[in-house]
Design a protein around this ligand. Structure first.
Ligand code: GLN
Length: 439
């Protein structure tokens, strides 16, 4: 069977790809990769999970994709995701919802759900994800693979369809720990087209060993029994590897979620203003309408419910009269989170928590969740995203149904090296399971 046919068959079962290559063999390529569908790609439709971008085929590659291709990679697919990254389960996609490789009735996590799925089910595959509030570590944890969101500014965002510009980071998901270092090294570095990438120090590869981790007390509240047990076992394993584990106070932790949802939606609501049925994607409105009625008609018909909710919320929090109470306040909280990490990471190499408070939920459970329930699920992944710190999720256990559990290491700004080394060592100590792929 050709490799493309096999990809198609696997995709039919798991729904990880929105668009796929029609090449039939890999030619001279050194490796195959996929990328979240909010990274623009030459000649491959890019919709960011939204109906409003249907039909948009970019005329350029995102910087991250460009660098992967230059290193010999072949882009085989664009992965399904929550619309514009708005979600935790990839269920807010206007297209297909990817299915968890360990149980197809459950979510892959989100918003880079398709990327985690591809990393878990395809042998030797690497996938690019994007994190704004946890969208790499969450799906990595739910699908039982490794994932890193590097320091904010490490990988150029040129060609990324923005969600929240002060938060967005491009990273890597793979079933192999050493891939994280390998592919972040390929994509990292200065790019004049994204000024935030131009202030970065060099990405070190000293293979510095982790000696001590801090566990914030608030980070071990509200966990399911299985996650708590797997996390406690993992702490014992870390101790047996010679790593010091200490509980610490991180007072800002509990305020991170409200601050994040104010900042992220404020930025998202301005970013979405450009989708009006003129420049990209759908343009099928009634052109005899006045221009603002035309824009509204396209936006009403083509944005999903979660995108509309976030436009309303983000517009409200930025309004004159409310701005100080919400947006400015949230920025103050963000500074507290940054300061807390700085303080703790002076004495420790990483801050450690489980990645998600429970294993991947079933789709019927997700349907019963309110928007707030789903926002609250992110309380462990949002703090490092608000602070721009690199964070890496490793698989660390399985519950009684065989569903994967993950834990997350948060490092100091620009110190990905110690996280990579930790993951590489963890891989040797941990008995990782691969899903049985049906196709
Ligand atoms: N679940 C979070 C949100 O909905 C984070 C998503 C993300 O990182 N893109 O905003």
């Amino acid at each position: 069977m050709s490799y493309l046919q096999r990809l198609k068959d696997i995709n039919a079962k798991y729904g990880m790809f929105h668009a796929m290559t029609d090449e039939t063999d890999a030619g001279e390529s050194r490796f195959l990769f996929s990328a979240k569908d909010n990274l623009t790609s030459l000649d491959m439709e890019t919709c960011a999970g939204s109906r409003i971008l249907q039909g948009y085929v970019p005329a350029f590659d995102a910087a991250a994709i460009e660098r992967m291709k230059a290193a010999g990679g072949m882009l085989v697919g664009k992965t399904n995701m929550d619309e514009f990254g708005f979600g935790t389960f990839s269920a807010n996609s206007a297209y297909e919802i990817p299915r968890n490789p360990f149980d197809r009735e459950r979510s892959c996590g989100g918003s880079s759900g398709g990327s985690a799925c591809a990393a878990a089910v395809l042998e030797g595959h690497v996938s690019l994800g994007v994190s704004t509030g946890g969208s790499i570590c969450c799906p990595a944890s739910f699908c039982g693979v490794y994932g890193i969101a590097p320091t904010y500014g490490r990988v150029s965002r040129y060609g990324l369809i923005d969600y929240g510009n002060s938060l967005d980071k491009i990273g890597v998901l793979s079933a192999k720990a050493s891939d994280l270092r390998k592919y972040i090294t390929i994509m990292a570095g200065r790019d004049e087209r994204d000024p935030t990438s131009c202030v970065q120090p060099e990405l070190k590869s000293e293979r510095r060993r982790m000696k001590s981790v801090a566990v914030p007390k608030d980070g071990i509240q509200g966990l399911s029994g299985d996650v708590e047990a797997a996390f406690n076992d993992s702490i014992e394993t870390l101790r047996s590897m010679g790593i010091d584990v200490e509980e610490v106070d991180m007072p800002s932790f509990r305020y991170a979620i409200p601050a994040y949802y104010v900042i992220a939606t404020s930025e998202a609501s301005t970013n979405l203003a450009r989708y009006v049925g003129m420049r990209y994607g759908v343009q099928e409105g009634d052109l005899s309408l006045k221009f603002d009625d035309y824009f509204s008609s396209i936006r009403s018909a083509s944005f999903g419910d979660e995108a509309k909710r976030r436009i309303l919320l983000g517009t409200f929090t930025r309004m004159v009269g409310y701005r100080d109470r919400y947006y400015a306040k949230a920025r103050q909280v963000r500074q507290l989170v940054i300061d807390d990490y700085k303080r703790i990471l002076q004495d420790h190499d990483a801050v450690l928590t489980p990645t998600m408070p429970y294993v991947a939920p079933r789709f019927d459970e997700i349907e019963r969740m309110s928007a707030l329930d789903s926002y609250k699920t992110d309380y462990l992944t949002v703090p490092p995203n608000l602070a721009g710190n690199p964070h890496l999720s490793v698989p660390c256990g399985y519950d009684g149904n065989g569903m994967p559990i993950g834990m997350q290491f948060v490092g100091a700004h620009w110190d990905e090296d110690v996280l990579f080394t930790m993951a590489e060592e963890w891989e040797k100590a941990f008995d990782m399971r691969r899903p049985e792929v049906e196709a």
